[in-house]
Design a protein around this ligand. Structure first.
Ligand code: SF4
Length: 484
């Protein structure tokens, strides 16, 4: 969500006439911090970074510093009290106001702090500068109506706001027209999509509608919530050819007691029941999850239940977290916070258990031929190993060799965004290798865009907000998302 917000911030500033600073430029005119309060130590990191910028600003007084995102929504005016050299503080609900706030701060020579309590415009109607030529995020909803006791999101992002299906599909089409092959539908809880306009089957319908978009090869979504998961979503995934058979469904804990304390209103048998149905409909589905270990009051028996569910669910990957307090959440003040060493020890056992399973699941793919969408920045060792990297349809990371059958390298022909079929020769817990010659290579429009250095842009409109700088570019006829 934050990464996509940063793409919007870039798009907005570009539309207002700014250009991106080159990395070597140590005195840009504007620095924007898009903060995330979900991550640990977000405030320490923000104030540390602001402190490091202070001497730069002292030397270049015209430089402006803006702070947005969840931490800004939470700390508000506190930020300019602690760091008076900050020019603008904006929240999660008014990203679109950033160019105006920068202009006003410059004009008035005073800090502007503007935090709204609810959304004034759906963020995806803002212009967006996309970082990837081949894959794009598309928001379907923002905010969350749940009240998980460890989570700061509802306090900072507000109640769920759903975007109209027509607007979502227009944005997806606009991205595909720019060459994008893969779209990830984004919401805090995609399964409750439709709650605002009274259609609990809206998400499954949306997936099926994505299936009708020519040129869209992969559809993913994140994140579903087990509480609201309906069978029609599984059917839509199985029956819509461009929807990938990968499901990231947060478990958080395998213990019903802990789930209750977390105020997550499903139980482990419901969670496992969804997985069973997904596997029955899509035997090749890769299921991934998030797990928190060491929640306040978690007993050894509770923890064992988490390990049981991990073994039964056979995840292909899991993001594992040690519980740590987030100020402002109910769990932060619960009794029975666990000692750090207990959490650490359980965490290590959980990681070992998860790795054993993900490795075994990955090994099942050795000898299989998979379709890889070639990516940028997924393989840190690629230069040394001579491989390239990308994601299989099920979301697994694949590093593949680029020698053609005759031994000559294809590395200069394969571009990010192209599609390669290759056969898996080795499995590790977190990735797969394919060290034979690629079975096939297909050049795509996304690859052409990457080669030409073009990144997709979706224009958007600033509804109800004054604009500054260059007048907004009229939306392209294909970009229907920009017309409401
Ligand atoms: S479902 Fe729970 S964890 Fe997810 S955003 Fe909503 S409150 Fe947070």
């Amino acid at each position: 969500m934050n990464v996509h917000d940063s793409e919007r911030i870039s798009g907005l500033l570009e539309q207002a006439g700014y250009v991106r600073a080159v990395p070597a430029d140590d005195t840009p005119d504007i620095v924007v911090f898009n903060t995330c309060a979900v991550r640990e130590n977000a405030d320490n990191r923000l104030y540390g970074n602001l402190g490091r910028l202070r001497p730069v600003k002292d030397k270049h007084p015209g430089m402006q510093i803006a702070v947005g995102g969840c931490l800004a929504q939470k700390d508000r005016g506190e930020i300019v009290r602690k760091a008076p050299w900050v020019d603008v503080v904006f929240g999660t609900h008014n990203i679109g106001a950033l160019p105006v706030l920068l202009e006003r701060a410059r004009h008035n020579a005073a800090a502007e702090v503007e935090i709204l309590e609810s959304l004034d415009v759906f963020p995806s109607t803002l212009p967006t500068r996309r970082e990837s030529t081949y894959a794009g995020w598309v928001s379907i909803s923002v905010g969350c109506n749940n009240t998980c006791t460890f989570c700061i999101v509802p306090a900072l992002r507000g109640k769920e706001k759903d975007r109209r299906p027509g607007d979502i599909l227009s944005e997806v089409r606009a991205l595909v027209d720019e060459g994008v092959l893969e779209v990830t539908l984004l919401g805090q809880n995609v399964n409750s999509y439709g709650v605002e306009f009274g259609d609990r089957y809206a998400f499954g319908k949306l997936l099926r509608a994505c299936g009708d978009i020519d040129g869209l090869e992969r559809v993913r979504f994140t994140s579903p919530h087990p509480k609201d998961f309906t069978d029609d979503v599984i059917a839509a995934m199985a029956e819509t050819p461009n929807v990938c058979h990968s499901l990231h469904m947060p478990l958080q804990s395998g213990s019903d007691n802990v789930l209750r304390a977390m105020r997550r209103s499903y139980r482990s048998d419901r969670y496992l029941g969804i997985i069973e149905k997904v596997r029955a409909a899509m035997p090749d589905a890769a299921i991934t999850t998030d797990i928190i270990v060491g929640f306040p009051g978690e007993t050894e028996a509770d923890f064992q239940r988490t390990l049981d569910v991990v073994r039964e669910a056979r995840f292909s990957s899991a993001f594992t977290f040690q519980y740590s307090k987030r100020p402002g959440t109910p769990a932060a003040t619960m009794d029975d916070q666990l000692p750090k060493q207990v959490v650490q020890e359980r965490y290590e056992r959980l990681v070992a258990c998860v790795e054993e399973i993900t490795w075994a699941e990955n090994k099942r793919l050795v000898g299989e031929t998979v379709e890889v969408l070639v990516a940028v920045g997924e393989g840190r060792k690629d230069e040394r190993t001579g491989r390239m990297s990308g994601r299989a349809r099920d979301g697994r990371l694949v590093h593949f060799a680029t020698q053609a059958p005759g031994g000559e390298s294809m590395a200069d022909q394969i571009r990010p965004g192209d599609i390669v079929h290759t056969t898996i020769t080795y499995a590790a817990p977190h990735h797969l290798n394919a060290d034979g010659a690629p079975v096939s290579h297909r050049r795509t429009r996304a690859g052409d865009a990457a080669e030409a250095g073009r990144s997709p842009r979706t224009p958007g409109v600033l509804l109800g907000l004054p604009t500054i700088g260059a007048p907004p570019v009229a939306p392209a006829p294909t970009a229907g998302c920009a017309t409401h």
